[in-house]
Write a protein that binds this ligand. Structure first.
Ligand SMILES: [Zn+2]
Length: 168
């Protein structure tokens, strides 16, 4: 929720926000009276949180640094939450079907380093937007990439690098 993000950032009830944040959230800037009441309860979508990260990284305002910290903390909380549905998800037919589609689409090799099973690589089908943070993207083909176990482990759950652009 926008309100929760801003309150955490300002350490109390938020009274303002940055122009770049307003733009990402679709709030008119400078904010008009009653803005928090009107927009505060809106959820922050996965795309907005990615955009928010990017604009905050570009901004040199001290409050932007705070915003990044809040985003980071939220991620850490999510990361440390046990993923109870993981086994069920990975065993599901829907996932296996999609996983196969991804391998067929991207080829039987790591999209990061090019390693293939012929040279002993173990391939994983990786979620670019992590499944736990973005469950609604868990079964989207465009959110998948093929990585070898080494690259996947090196990348980790918190890194959302897409290697798709590098595929020739
Ligand atoms: Zn690799």
């Amino acid at each position: 929720m926008i309100k929760e993000y801003l309150n955490a950032k300002y350490g109390g009830r938020a009274t303002t926000l940055l122009a770049c944040e307003a733009k990402v959230f679709g709030i008119p800037y400078p904010p008009t009276p009653g803005w928090l009441l009107k927009y505060g309860s809106d959820e922050i979508s996965s795309n907005q949180s990615i955009e928010l990260r990017l604009v905050l990284q570009k901004s040199n305002k001290p409050s932007a640094t705070k915003g990044l910290q809040v985003l980071q903390d939220a991620w850490l909380v999510l990361q440390n939450t046990p993923d109870v549905n993981s086994k069920v998800f990975l065993a599901s037919k829907a996932w296996k079907r999609l996983r196969y589609k991804a391998l067929k689409l991207h080829g039987n090799k790591c999209q990061c380093c090019g390693a293939s099973p012929e040279i002993g690589a173990v391939l994983n089908v990786d979620h670019i937007l992590p499944r736990r943070l973005f469950p609604n993207h868990a079964l989207q083909l465009e959110n998948l990439q093929v990585l070898c176990a080494d690259c996947n482990e090196g990348k980790g759950n918190w890194d959302m690098t897409s290697f798709k652009e590098q595929v020739v």
